[in-house]
Design a binder for this molecule. Structure first.
Ligand SMILES: [Mn+2]
Length: 329
């Protein structure tokens, strides 16, 4: 027979489900839909009908939540990241679960995404959206710009510009969100920046970005200048504009993130991505975050979800440090 007595501290940890093993919430965060003064809210957007090549990003939220289990959890000191050696002590978070999008029905799903992000913002939380294909950032930007009362800038990590000028009948897909967002007045291109671009570089997509004052750092350029200089250029472009971070996992080289729908070789390492978040975001007015295009069906080792979960932790660490710095002032 085992000893029936469980020390109180251990019992508390067990009840906290710190590795999210029960209902697989993000990092074991409380899975709920009522808000209670949280700083951030994780939300899954399992929509991938707007992909143009390989589908499966609808399973991204599941893969990202699964990826986080082994690397972070809630303890008395908050959500922590072993890599960052920093306990996220001053943020209260929750996991909203997934938004009830309907694959195959783009416009109603956009409405659900817009309403979901708006609700999170209206409750004073920073949304952390787990995608899903990249088209979801378009309705997200509507919610952000309404919340701010002005167009919002993007810090956009991707191998593609996602500014395709598609004709009417293919207006909405994962290659068009930032052109649509600009046309509708949700996107502040003049403080926006795209980083890591290496697909369709000589095309109208790139011309659009440049014509509207959006800075672009191609993959080739980034390999040359390195993370530090890139972080400086991000900060110089965004300045104090309200912005969001939108991260397409195909920014990474397929070696580091094989689980994605439109991989392009010649990309970046997980570590470079984490450093980019750490070095570029301090002091910026970041209103939200999304990580998109995680398609783990193509990744038998499941390293893509692991990367993505960990990226969110890096973002939360920055959010936490920004909050602490603001409170010190
Ligand atoms: Mn993209």
């Amino acid at each position: 027979m085992w000893k029936e007595e469980i020390p109180e501290s251990i019992r508390k940890q067990m009840e906290e489900d710190r590795y999210g093993l029960n209902l697989a919430s993000f990092g074991g965060l409380p899975l709920k839909r009522e808000f209670d003064g949280e700083d951030f809210c994780v939300v899954g957007i399992p929509y991938d009908t707007c992909t143009t090549r390989r589908t499966g990003a609808r399973f991204g939220p599941k893969a990202i939540r699964a990826g986080i289990h082994s690397i972070a959890g809630i303890n008395d000191k908050g959500l922590y990241s072993q890599d960052a050696h920093y306990a996220i002590h001053n943020l209260k978070g929750m996991d909203y679960g997934n938004l009830p999008v309907k694959n195959g029905y783009t416009e109603v799903s956009y409405q659900i995404i817009y309403e979901g992000i708006k609700k999170i913002l209206d409750n004073g939380c920073v949304p952390i959206a787990l995608g899903g294909d990249h088209s979801m950032t378009y309705p997200e930007l509507r919610a952000y710009s309404e919340s701010v009362g002005a167009p919002v800038a993007i810090i956009h990590f991707d191998s593609h510009n996602d500014t395709t000028d598609a004709p009417e009948n293919r207006k909405f897909h994962h290659g068009t969100p930032f052109r649509r967002a600009f046309e509708d007045g949700f996107l502040d291109t003049e403080h926006s920046i795209q980083i890591g671009i290496r697909g369709y570089v000589d095309s109208h997509r790139m011309t659009f970005a440049k014509e509207h004052g959006m800075e672009v750092i191609t993959a080739r350029e980034l390999h040359k200048i390195g993370v530090e200089e890139c972080a400086e250029r991000i900060r110089a472009q965004v300045k104090d504009a309200p912005c969001i971070v939108t991260f397409d996992v195909d920014f990474l080289d397929p070696v580091y993130a094989p689980g994605t729908g439109t991989p392009v070789a010649g990309g970046f390492t997980s570590y470079e991505a984490y450093e980019m978040i750490r070095q570029s975001l301090p002091g910026l007015d970041v209103r939200g975050f999304d990580i998109v295009e995680v398609t783990e069906d193509y990744d038998p080792a499941q390293v893509t979800g692991l990367f993505a979960g960990y990226l969110v932790v890096q973002f939360l660490a920055m959010l936490s440090k920004n909050k602490a710095a603001k409170e010190e002032k």
